[in-house]
Unconditional design. Sequence first.
Length: 278
Amino acid sequence: MSFHRFEDNAVKGFAPHLSSSQNHLIEGDYIYFNLNCKPAGTGSEPHYHPNELLVFCVAGRINALVGKERHVISPGTFIVVPPNARHSFKATEEADCAYLYIKDHSWGLVGVAEDEAVPDEIMSVEKAHELKDSGEWAGDKKSSGESGAIIEGLGSCFYEVLGSLEQPVGQCERRVVINGERIAFGLYELPKGFEEASKQSEHEIFIYMLDGTMNAKVDGESREVAYGDIVKIAKGADYVLQAGDKEGTRFAIVRSLPSLEEMVDNAPKVEAGAHNPR
């Protein structure tokens, strides 16, 4: 299926012992594409995980920590969290927040407390909830060994790619691309009527619509998409994107990088609900 909306994909919070997040997940072969929602004044405890994580704020404001760097961010700001970097995201007191939360598929969805070693087995979301509901919450019994959380030595991980999501879409084609280690993030603006040439995707792609409309065709399935719609393009799929005739379009786009594809293709598959060995 190529077309989605987050509200149709609500799932349990990934780590109830670490975070207040309410999650909406669309799972790809290489990427977990998720909307993270947090009530005002709540958030996550400092933690880490072997996946790379990309964050793009779409509503509210977030008190964000990566390594030792802390900022309060607003919609339009992008954050990259390198593998194993300590991080925490909390909604500010005045309003709920929501952000795109994009993880690579090299590890599961449940994070590791900052003072805990990475476990030998990946904890599933279901197992985390089972332990939490039974009173033996995940994290009470920490994995033995030294924490692998990276706190020092990181460069700046914060990027303001757009001053405000409320500003009008520009007249000209504009593409901002930031390549992480395993996943690339982009913010695209296409003028009205602009059409991408038909192509076959070399990587897995997710598109999240932010403004305007766009006609998308993926492997023969066509749809007009608008704010909040998601287009999922599998690696190898044929696709065409065309901005609407009456106005330009703005969207966030992420794609898997070759390093991630090689890593995942050559390792046992990690599924969102699985409890698999590393």
